[in-house]
Design a protein around this ligand. Structure first.
Ligand code: OAD
Length: 244
């Protein structure tokens, strides 16, 4: 793929880059996406049975089985060239923040430091009653409980019908409000409020870049659109940028 010269110039001139990532960025590591035909998690499983507070109250053991299965998948994979390229990109621009919808921690494992987890973290355990983070629970039981209050523990991800954590909302808004270049990478741009971040960035003057295998609702509102795998496009982009 030829990286547009205008994008390289925009990156060289940029003071603050904000990158929104979605499950497509982890796909090349072997982590399933959500909405892709046949392979997407929500094509095979019903989110209403697995990813809502009501589903958890109804059948916490089923929900925990599903999240343990997802934890096992992620524990067995490695960051891919797309994750690593974002680490390099951060070293080539004055400031870069990643807002990720991914709960797999792969950006951090690759070495990215400025990462806002918009939808929580798959490996965190939270008290379903009090909402606090718990790190010393007995996880050997089917439904772990909070050592403090005895309430059920839940995975620390954002479920349908729940709000984005306040700190993540504020940090993401601040990353977007100061950015001059916004990347939307490997996300279907369908899930709000994350999908609104690109619009917010554009409205305050940032150029929007999309990297995705397919077109999304965002595609026609971008300054640059790079169609392809993030694990191939991002390393190429960073290689071009690194050449003086
Ligand atoms: P989706 O499954 O909705 O979209 C994945 C996107 O990644 C699609 O647009 C694909 O075309 C693209 N894609 C797949 N492989 C790619 C690759 N190798 N390189 C580049 N692009 C690729 O996943 P998300 O947009 O992440 O929320 O979904 C957003 C949220 O919906 C998730 O965070 C999750 C889900 O419900 C919660 O769990 C709260």
């Amino acid at each position: 793929m030829t990286i547009p010269e205008g994008l390289l110039t925009a990156l060289r001139d940029s003071q603050r880059v904000c990158v929104l990532t979605g499950s497509g960025v982890s796909a090349e590591s072997g982590v399933p996406t959500f909405r892709e035909a046949q392979t997407g998690l929500w094509e095979q499983y019903d989110p209403h049975e697995l990813a809502t507070p009501e589903a958890f109250e109804r059948d916490p053991a089923l929900v925990w089985r599903w999240y343990r299965w997802r934890r096992d998948i992620v524990a067995g994979v490695e960051p891919n060239p797309g994750h690593h390229a974002l680490v390099r990109l951060a070293s080539l621009v004055p400031a870069l923040t990643i807002v990720t919808q991914n709960v797999d921690g792969l950006h951090q494992r690759a070495g990215s430091s400025n990462v806002i987890e918009f939808h929580g973290n798959l490996f965190e355990d939270r008290c379903f009653v009090e909402g606090c983070l718990v790190d010393d629970a007995d996880m050997s039981v089917e439904v772990p409980v909070c050592p403090g209050c005895g309430g059920m523990l839940r995975p620390g991800v954002v479920w349908f019908g729940e709000s984005i954590p306040e700190s993540a909302t504020h940090e993401a808004a601040s990353a977007v409000s100061g950015c001059d270049l916004f990347f939307s990478i490997g996300t279907s741009a369908l899930v709000w409020p994350a999908a609104g971040l690109a619009d917010a960035a554009r409205q305050q003057g940032a150029s929007v870049v999309e990297i995705n295998l397919d077109a999304t609702p965002l595609s026609s509102h971008t300054s640059f659109r790079l169609q392809g795998k993030s694990g191939e496009v991002l390393p190429e982009l960073v290689d071009c940028l690194a050449v003086k």
